[in-house]
Design a protein around this ligand. Structure first.
Ligand code: KG4
Ligand code: ZN
Length: 345
């Protein structure tokens, strides 16, 4: 069962062909990044994102089909991200999917982007045990789920302010390190001392000690602490390259420890059999290593997809869409874009 996946929810245009019968297999997965469009603004500009999707999406879909070595006639279904994301960006992908469905008569299925991230792991580890705890940590979301089985999710906690990736991007912006901030901070932190500065993490929930059920996140306080420390150093003249590298290494380490604490606390509370990481921030090398180590200590399985399956891609959308199509689900021509849509509520 060959599924064409289309993803355009934010600033990456992506198309993929995935074999969804039996063991899932990626035949092609193309991603066109828009980083150079948004870099000078230090963040995604929605209208520019939609316009770039319009230019890129048709050649990309053609490219994904060619690279897979198939023809449109071989495709059995079209999966497209319809939520959550930037409305103008989502509409481009949805319209292309509808056009293809009308012209070929193939079925279409709308896929939630978060559900795509949460299940990206199945493309490499189809045997990941249930129930497991899944953390989606990206530029737009930081949400923790109990995944009871495919399609059955319970939201355990989410961010009360910035997403983790947003905090990486904002810290990089305030220190003039470039965009997107996550990869830059990841790279530069390797030369810094993560213990040089102490940034505290939010404490909500901890007063209940043993009965701690609050698994929410918050990153704006850590970001503000970096801002204030940087301002202070500017005024007393102590800013130099090593100061900046130490500060971002300490910032990154604080975020990583906070994320890992929450994930392991969730796994303990829910008696999960494994933990799964996904989303753009899951590409962070310090987070990947730390979570693996902590899971080894706690004797719990840890599954982290390859980096190109953690960041936005269309293979994860095709894979989830294929599963729903197999189960008989279909979207009709009224499929619309939805900006905010959590799963597992
Ligand atoms: O999942 P994604 O590609 O798009 C969204 O759905 O948001 O995530 C993008 C986010 C950005 O905030 C980017 O800075 C962050 O993921 N990111 C990273 C790394 N690579 C990407 N954050 C930390 N370390 C990285 N290596
Ligand atoms: Zn994403």
């Amino acid at each position: 069962m060959l599924i064409l996946g289309i993803e355009s929810s934010c600033d990456e245009t992506a198309a993929a062909v995935v074999e969804c019968a039996g063991n899932r297999r990626i035949l092609s997965s193309l991603v066109a990044s828009q980083d150079e469009v948004h870099a000078r603004y230090g963040g995604v500009v929605p209208e520019l994102a939609s316009r770039r999707h319009l230019e890129t999406i048709v050649p990309l879909v053609r490219g994904a089909i060619t690279e897979a070595g198939v023809s449109m006639g071989d495709i059995e279904g079209i999966a497209v991200t319809y939520a959550p994301g930037l409305l103008g960006s989502l509409l481009v992908g949805i319209q292309v999917a509808k056009g293809l469905c009308i012209s070929t008569g193939k079925p279409m299925i709308g896929v939630n982007h978060l559900e795509g991230h949460l299940n990206a792991v199945l493309l490499e580890h189809p045997q990941v045990p249930y129930p497991h705890v899944g953390l989606v940590v990206s530029g737009g979301h930081t949400s923790l789920y109990l995944v009871k089985e495919f399609g059955n999710y319970k939201l355990l906690g989410s961010t009360r302010d910035d997403a983790a990736g947003e905090a990486f991007d904002k810290v990089a912006k305030l220190l003039n390190l470039g965009y997107p901030g996550g990869p830059v901070i990841d790279r530069l932190s390797k030369k810094g001392d993560p213990r040089a500065f102490k940034f505290s993490t939010p404490h909500f929930g901890y007063w209940t000690k043993k009965n701690d059920t609050v698994l929410d996140f918050s990153f704006s306080g850590i970001k503000t602490a970096v801002l204030l420390r940087h301002r202070q150093a500017l005024s007393d003249g102590s800013v130099n390259d090593q100061f900046i590298t130490n500060m971002i290494a300490s910032f990154q380490d604080t975020v990583v420890r906070f994320l890992c604490d929450r994930v392991l606390s969730a796994a303990e509370q829910t008696k999960a059999r494994a933990v799964v990481l996904s989303g753009g921030v899951a590409a962070n090398s310090h987070l990947r290593e730390t979570l693996k180590e902590r899971c080894l200590q706690e004797k719990i399985g840890c599954f982290i997809p390859s980096i190109n399956l953690c960041t936005d891609n269309a293979a994860m959308i095709a894979s989830v869409g294929g599963e729903y199509l197999k189960r008989g689900a279909r979207s009709d021509m009224s499929l619309n874009a939805v900006a905010n849509q959590e799963i597992g509520l």
